[in-house]
Design a protein around this ligand. Structure first.
Ligand SMILES: Cc1cc2nc3c(=O)[nH]c(=O)nc-3n(C[C@H](O)[C@H](O)[C@H](O)COP(=O)(O)OP(=O)(O)OC[C@H]3O[C@@H](n4cnc5c(N)ncnc54)[C@H](O)[C@@H]3O)c2cc1C
Length: 525
């Protein structure tokens, strides 16, 4: 007798819980009734009325567009109800030299990227034009705070690629409404107070304080960093990556604009500090500004002062004087196993590493998409699916760590112990050291990546490397078709320059476009 997987139970109603519910329910047509038809599928989300969500997490990757679209969300409603704005990448300040040096990581891949790697052709031009500007039009939109599309561009379509900045609290509520009203997800507000095991060690059911016992075939642990199912019940431990990525504390603030119609940034601003960095995210209604730092290298008092100095300088002294901060501590790392028996962790329960490059929500999207797509047909094959899931996400976490650490090891800063410690060889993973050795002689490109669905494409590595002055020596053996390649590259650089000019003169400002979305809405596809 095989046991079909028909009842899914998600514990946790933060962004991870509701995104997982939406992604899985959209794929499997959940029913909210208790009478499961023979082939029916039931998805229940249990959320504590007493334990609040983490309430931060305001930057997404472009993947969020297709995630929302697949869930059947109207992008217009999303903008209106989640205080969302456009995120086109990140502007890094002070990371390379500790002064006003800047570089960008735009979301649009270099022009002609599918066929041509422009990086080697840019090397001789490196003193004339920044890499990101030579290969992509997107960074040129940042200074004037321009949008990635126009009001006539349909929902989810774009002129240049974009993700979102959003209000995390409003987003969870928006997803809840959509999941419950449109996707048949059953929502229970109760505290999980106990777990009952089956004979094979699986979770058979969970006890709640106000809704009795709830049984299930597969349990998704979205209970935040406590991980009450995978961590507390099953005792699955976590590896700590603090020796690689030192940041473990954040001070978060919400700062109003001086005028409610002030311009909205096109990208996340990431400004390096003495022992960490400040994020600055522009929503239509306010800015989300915070300082993430290493408590081994900086005191809370000093970190708070650096945050206030930043707010004073960029928003105003009055705003700085009125700022209240919330402290969030975390141990950078991830679970030794993500899927154990009939329980899989998604979100903070699976792990968390500092918010640089906003990798957390995209990982939630990927986890939930794999659960939805590979949902085990029955209990018998679940262990095989779990094994693959664990392998895949272990690889992803390791790759995220390499990518984030890359931002630190290319620094030329030696002004504080934090920046010096970041460049010590013992803090750099072997995999990243190997890649760097290779990149000294050949630029990252498609061939470097092992999976088709990489989280960070090789283009992202290029933007960080060349944004931070890394040099790849020309490869003397690749001369055969060089003339032809140079001609193609020259054309691509020219086309990019023309496209940049065109976009800079035709795109509306973020504020104007968002005002129009509120008023008229975007066209449905
Ligand atoms: C400072 C900081 C900045 C960040 N910035 C970004 C960013 O820019 N981009 C990004 O992608 N990510 C970011 N993140 C990560 C992001 O915030 C999280 O990945 C995301 O919010 C998902 O959290 P979660 O749903 O896993 O956990 P939580 O929000 O903590 O939700 C946990 C849920 O579990 C429920 N729960 C707990 N215990 C019980 C119980 N016993 N019974 C019932 N329910 C229970 C709670 O009520 C809650 O609903 C950031 C994180 C931090 C700390």
């Amino acid at each position: 007798m095989t046991t079909k997987i028909q009842k899914l139970v998600i514990v946790g109603g933060g962004t991870a819980g509701w995104l997982s519910a939406g992604i899985i329910a959209a794929e499997h047509s959940a029913t909210a009734t208790d009478n499961t038809a023979p082939d029916g599928f039931q998805l229940t989300l249990i959320e504590s009325p007493d334990i609040s969500t983490i309430g931060v997490g305001e930057g997404t990757w472009p993947s969020m567009r297709s995630t929302l679209q697949k869930m059947g969300v109207s992008e217009t409603d999303f903008f209106r109800e989640c205080s969302a704005s456009f995120k086109q990448g990140t502007l890094f300040t002070g990371w390379t030299k500790g002064s006003n040096d800047t570089y960008t990581h735009p979301f649009t891949t270099p022009h002609g990227y599918a066929e041509t790697n422009l990086a080697p052709h840019w090397q001789p031009l490196r003193n004339q034009v920044k890499f990101a500007e030579a290969v992509s039009p997107q960074s040129a939109l940042f200074p004037a705070k321009l949008a990635p599309k126009q009001i006539t561009t349909p929902e989810y379509a774009f002129n240049v690629n974009y993700g979102y900045h959003l209000d995390a609290g409003k987003f969870a509520e928006f997803l809840r409404k959509h999941c419950v009203e449109k996707l048949g997800v059953k929502h229970i507000k109760a505290n999980v107070i106990g777990i009952n095991s089956a004979a094979n060690g699986d979770i058979a059911s969970i006890n709640t304080d106000s809704h009795g016992t709830i049984d299930g075939d597969l349990f998704i642990d979205c209970s935040g960093s406590r991980a009450i199912l995978l961590g507390e019940h099953f005792g699955v431990g976590s590896c700590n990556k603090n020796s690689v990525l030192f940041n473990n504390t954040a001070l978060a603030a919400q700062v109003p604009y001086n005028d409610e119609q002030d311009p909205i940034e096109s990208c996340t601003l990431s400004t390096a500090q003495t022992a960490g960095w400040v994020w600055d995210i522009g929503l239509p209604t306010r800015r989300g500004i915070g300082h993430v730092y290493s408590s081994a290298h900086n005191s809370e008092e000093q970190a708070g002062q650096e945050l206030l100095n930043y707010i004073g300088k960029t928003v105003g002294e009055k705003a700085a004087a009125n700022t209240t901060m919330r402290k969030v501590q975390f141990s950078p790392g991830y679970r030794d196993e993500f899927w154990h028996k009939n329980c899989v962790a998604v979100g903070m329960s699976a792990g968390f590493i500092e918010p640089l490059e906003a990798s957390a929500l995209v990982l939630v999207e990927l986890c939930a998409a794999m659960i939805a797509e590979q949902l085990p047909a029955n209990r018998e094959v679940m262990d095989l699916v779990a094994k693959r899931f664990n392998q895949k996400f272990l690889y992803r976490w390791e790759r995220i760590i390499d990518f984030l650490k890359l931002h630190y090891i290319l620094t030329q800063r030696t002004d504080t112990e934090y920046w010096r410690d970041n460049c010590r060889a013992e803090s750099i993973p072997d995999s990243l050291q190997e890649s760097l050795s290779l990149w000294r002689h050949q630029s990252p490109w498609h061939r470097d990546t092992r999976h088709v669905d990489e989280m960070f494409p090789s283009a992202s590595f290029q933007y960080i490397l060349y944004g931070m002055d890394f040099e790849t020596q020309p490869n003397q053996t690749q001369r055969r078709s060089e003339m032809e390649a140079q001609k193609v590259a020259g054309t691509l650089f020219q086309e990019n320059a023309m496209r940049t000019q065109k976009l800079c003169t035709s795109m509306p400002s973020n504020r104007d476009l968002i005002n129009k979305i509120y008023r008229y809405g975007l066209q449905k596809i």
